[in-house]
Design a protein around this ligand. Structure first.
Ligand SMILES: Cc1cc2nc3c(=O)[nH]c(=O)nc-3n(C[C@H](O)[C@H](O)[C@H](O)COP(=O)(O)OP(=O)(O)OC[C@H]3O[C@@H](n4cnc5c(N)ncnc54)[C@H](O)[C@@H]3O)c2cc1C
Length: 387
């Protein structure tokens, strides 16, 4: 069977399948495993703990510390593929997945004119490869520098400059702090909806542990529990433009907004080193137009406006995506009309995505084995490893 994408999700599934004696070939369009992590900005560290971010069958070394640095994540993923002897074919992009003729599973159209057939396919292409940039009017009038956060590496090019960061997800928040620490002359952060902000850890207790404990609790209950915790641990930043959100923390997660883990934003906003401004609505006469009618003229704009899953071209014709482009099933479940087509990495868990990918990998492998047992041996083409 085939796994599309050699990020942590795809690698974890490939190992889980191999551990059950099934052959899985991972197709990766980049030249290396973990290509998303290689592209992330330099200061990035995991917000989730080393222990709860490891994939099945290989712990992360202690020397990586509690909050693992980007380069160590990349090292770990390389080691993971090598340690488990995964079959990863790099430089192969899958463009389209179709039903194979005669109900023989799935046909993958890939680069180099390849047509590959597998009884089962796991889609693990990730959520962070196609930058989403709002279609802001007047963009051609802006003569300053404009970039999506995906292109941001480090603050050096922005030293001494006036920068507007648009969007206050984890990425926007962290880039704003990085710019301040890296010597930008002025840093403004355009915010449409104030986020929930949580401390990465409090008295040694990581926010992720709370996320894990709350994962299965009712949304309203978690919302209620989170309110007093936020009041104790995060100062009121209303005067600086970041009021406490009215919608509860877990309700926002269900809407797709993970809380911002504080890696310096609270202090930077409190001390005025990051200035919060209204949301960005577009450009006008070469300036940036904000939703409160203000016009500002930063030297550079960095759009930390997220990514699209970008699954439509690959799978849109199969009826396996919802209106927002999200797969209809994930983990061990497949869409009702698409047996053998699995998805991992398209959820938004409060307990940490890497942890979720590890859990889903085992579930997918378990489901594939069950399905294989149900079907006649050899009929579907899932190949067993010798021995
Ligand atoms: C800035 C940032 C910080 C994060 N920090 C954390 C954290 O601290 N803790 C945590 O748990 N999670 C974190 N995440 C979330 C998540 O764990 C990572 O995004 C993780 O890399 C997702 O793994 P993935 O395998 O689903 O996707 P990816 O890592 O994006 O891997 C997908 C792979 O598929 C390949 N691919 C895509 N399309 C095709 C195609 N058509 N054909 C072939 N190959 C294809 C890509 O090249 C890529 O290598 C973070 C995400 C971001 C963006």
């Amino acid at each position: 069977m085939y796994v599309i994408g050699a990020g942590p999700g795809g690698l974890a599934v490939a190992h889980a399948l191999r551990a059950r004696g099934l052959r899985a070939v991972v197709l990766e369009r980049a030249d290396h495993v973990g290509s998303s992590w290689r592209r992330h900005y330099d200061r990035l560290r995991l917000h989730t703990t080393r222990r709860l971010s490891a994939l099945p069958g290989l712990p992360m070394p202690r020397r990586f510390g509690r909050w693992v640095a980007r380069d160590d994540v990349v090292r770990y993923l390389e080691k993971y593929a090598e340690h488990h002897q995964l079959e990863v074919v790099t430089g192969v992009e899958v463009f389209r997945v179709e039903r194979a003729p005669d109900d023989a599973g799935w046909l993958l159209h890939a680069s180099g004119g390849r047509e590959l057939t597998g009884a089962a396919v796991v889609v693990a292409t990730g959520c962070n490869h196609t930058p989403r940039v709002p279609d802001w009017p007047g963009r051609d009038t802006y003569t300053g520098e404009f970039r999506h956060a995906a292109e941001y590496r480090d603050p050096a090019p922005y030293a001494g400059r006036d920068v507007l960061v648009v969007g206050v997800g984890n990425t926007g928040a962290e880039i704003a702090v990085d710019l301040v620490e890296g010597g930008a002359a002025r840093v403004r952060l355009a915010v449409r909806t104030a986020p929930h902000i949580v401390r990465r850890s409090t008295a040694g207790w990581p926010a992720q542990y709370t996320g894990v404990l709350c994962r299965r609790l009712p949304v309203a209950l978690v919302d209620r529990l989170a309110r007093p915790v936020a009041r104790i641990s995060v100062p009121d930043l209303s005067a600086q433009g970041l009021p406490r959100p009215e919608t509860g923390l877990y309700s926002r997660v269900s809407q797709g907004a993970i809380p911002v883990q504080d890696v310096g934003l609270i202090d930077a906003v409190r001390t005025g080193r990051v200035e919060v401004v209204a949301a960005m609505d577009g450009f006008e006469d070469g300036k940036v137009l904000l939703s409160d009618g203000t016009r500002i003229a930063p030297d550079a704009v960095i759009a930390a406006t997220g990514y699209r899953r970008g699954l439509e071209g690959l799978l849109g014709h199969l009826g396996v995506l919802d209106d927002t482009g999200r797969p209809l099933a994930h983990g061990g479940h497949t869409p009702a009309t698409a047996p053998g087509l699995y998805f991992t990495g398209y959820t938004n868990p409060i307990s940490g995505m890497l942890r979720e990918l590890a859990i889903d990998a085992e579930r997918i492998a378990g489901a594939v084995v069950k399905r294989e047992k149900r079907e006649k041996r050899g009929a579907g083409g899932v190949s067993r490893l010798p021995g």
